[in-house]
Design a protein around this ligand. Structure first.
Ligand code: NOJ
Length: 589
């Protein structure tokens, strides 16, 4: 079963997969194992920049508005680069900024080689790249290769006649009969994935909105055009791409009906098996060719994948397994979107990506513009701030490259629209009230306690600012040493400067403990190692961490970071008492 989860509907599927996996894991006893970095991940100057990077996703509409129209823009992002530098950001992933009718807020592109006037100009983009470079921050573009906007000139030509040279750039088919689509496939965003077009009396396929027709990747001209767009941005100095919905590039050429797997989704449609529409093997050939294009540029440009996948074996394929010749960093959604604080589950998934992807570099992400914020997905309503620190600590203390979403660092919450008429994201209208859309995780960045949280001077912002902005904002949190923002900053700095946290092999400690996740990152001979212990429960937990067999000694234990004063003075690894949801990071030597 494959998974491209861009909505909460997909989250439900993920939960199903997660429970099935859990069942499988219960059969296998957990053992402590030392997870050594692969040879090509050794510390040193030869490492690509992204190995230990913090990649920060910006949703441009919501980050900073510089011209008072209530919508964020590129100049706004440039104005905030100093903040991103102070946080320790190494690269920005920009959600789409291309010209677009904005049906899917930029994921419906009508020109791959320009900037939407709402966000600025190509000159503004160049300035952003240049200013970011001065601060050692790279820019990563969002590349949407599965579909275009229905307003893209390619599609307008394609639909104009059955004999148009671009007809075959999209997926057109006859229906099964009058008013009956070619098969039963569904859009991720609800209902049939086929739309009838009366100009030529055929149907076209759209995995997402009808305004997002799928490109036909079996036509080599499509690949050529898309790779040209990739080169356009590489020539402009971008550091790489986040590939949108990439497992959906190909469909079954025979258009076989999908099997129903039982039940209905948030849109009331039967749930279908996605074997014929997701993760077809052909996509990997495209990835290998794309990798060659990107690798032909200097400076370790990176390919990141939006890869919602059912298990680590599928994830490994996106790296190219032992060939290492596809994506550099397919996102590991198994860790960040478990959506429950289960120490055993996290332990297993962290071990999976350490041991089962041929030494490729993991990329961990907890938040993005398609899912309720981690604050709400993991919070219990009583210990939310402590839980947010547990999540942050996990993000920065395993060996993975870290990806964050704007506002995560200050504890922004999901603001789900209360009324259907307020919803901006079309899936929230189609699926109301079961699916309320993704507006909740896209509200404006909260900079300070001034009007509109310092995001915009407009009378009305495109989405409302969250009501908690007077207390949850960058300015207030910068001034508070105990804020979530400072927790993030300290962790990011610790990881940047601590060799064991950067490169050390990871060994799970106390591996059968269902309540506390503990591990050690081993320093090089004669240097300090780092022990991490995280209480995943609302009760105090006492742990004794045994380093036997890890090659690490613990004569000298010193707390590096904790949110509990009693742990500040810990001097050993026995009988450590962790208060509810406490985080503890210590140097051991
Ligand atoms: C995944 C993106 O993250 C999401 O926002 C978008 O709606 C779909 N892909 C379609 O492009």
């Amino acid at each position: 079963m494959n998974l491209i989860r861009s909505t909460r509907t997909f989250s439900l599927l993920a939960l199903l997969i997660i429970s099935l996996n859990q069942f499988g894991w219960a059969q296998t006893p957990l053992v402590a194992s030392t997870l050594a970095p692969a040879p090509h991940q050794a510390p040193g100057d030869s490492e690509p920049w992204w190995m230990h990077a913090l990649i920060y996703e910006i949703y441009p509409r919501s980050f900073q508005d510089s011209n008072g129209d209530g919508i964020g823009d590129l100049k706004g992002i440039t104005d905030r680069l100093d903040y991103l530098q102070s946080l320790g950001v190494n690269a920005i992933w920009l959600s789409p900024i291309y010209p677009s009718p904005q049906v899917d807020f930029g994921y419906d592109i009508s020109d791959y080689e320009n900037v939407d006037p709402q966000y600025g100009t190509l000159a503004d983009f160049d300035q952003l790249v240049a200013e970011a470079k001065k601060r050692n921050i790279r820019i990563i573009m969002d590349m949407v290769m599965n579909h275009t906007s229905d307003k893209h000139p390619w599609f307008i030509e394609s639909k104009s006649s059955r004999t148009n040279p671009k007809r075959d750039w999209y997926v057109w088919r006859d229906g099964k009969g009058p008013g009956i689509p070619p098969n039963n496939w569904q859009s991720v965003f609800g209902h049939s994935a086929w739309k009838f077009d009366s100009t030529t009396n055929q149907w076209y396929y759209h995995k997402f909105y009808a305004e997002q027709p799928d490109l036909n990747w079996r036509n080599p001209e499509v690949e050529k055009a898309m790779f040209d767009a990739v080169r356009f941005w590489l020539d402009r100095g971008v550091a790489g791409f986040r590939l949108d919905a990439i497992p959906t590039l190909f469909e079954d050429p025979q258009l076989r009906d999908a099997k129903e797997t039982g039940g209905t989704n948030a849109y009331g449609d039967p749930i279908l098996d996605d074997t014929y529409t997701d993760n077809l093997p052909e996509v990997h050939d495209v990835m290998r060719r794309l990798r060659k294009v990107v690798a032909s540029y200097p400076g370790d440009r990176v390919l990141i994948g939006e890869t919602y996948l059912p298990n680590v074996q599928e994830l490994d394929k996106w790296y190219g397994g032992s060939r290492h010749d596809e994506l550099n960093l397919p996102m590991d959604m198994q860790i960040g979107f478990t959506n429950k604080l289960d120490a055993g589950l996290f332990r297993q998934r962290i071990e999976d990506v350490e041991t089962k992807v041929h030494g490729n570099q993991p990329l961990v992400v907890f938040d993005n513009h398609d899912n309720a914020r981690s604050w709400n997905r993991y919070g219990d309503g009583a210990h939310d701030a402590a839980i947010a620190r547990v999540i942050a600590t996990m993000l920065f203390t395993t060996r993975a490259t870290a990806m964050m979403y704007y506002g995560q660092e200050i504890g922004m919450v999901t603001i789900t629209p209360a009324r259907k008429e307020d919803v901006k994201d079309p899936i929230g209208v189609i699926g109301w009230p079961n699916e309320k859309g993704r507006d909740g995780e896209r509200t404006p960045m909260q900079w300070d306690a001034s009007r509109n949280a310092g995001f915009s001077t407009a009378a009305v912002t495109w989405l409302p600012v969250a009501p908690d902005y007077k207390t949850v904002n960058v300015k207030v949190e910068e001034a508070n040493p105990d804020s979530l923002l400072n927790w993030y900053k300290n962790l990011i700095e610790l990881r940047r400067t601590n060799p064991a946290l950067r490169d050390g092999a990871l060994t799970m400690l106390d591996p059968t403990n269902p309540n506390v996740l503990s591990y050690v990152r081993k320093g090089a001979a004669g240097t300090a190692s780092v022990v991490v212990s995280l209480n995943f429960t609302a009760q105090p937990q006492t742990v004794s961490l045994d380093l036997a067999g890890t090659g690490v000694t613990a004569d000298n234990v010193k707390t590096l970071m904790t949110d509990d004063p009693s742990l500040q003075s810990a001097t050993g690894l026995s009988h450590i008492v962790l208060p509810p949801f406490a985080s503890w990071v210590a140097s051991v030597q």
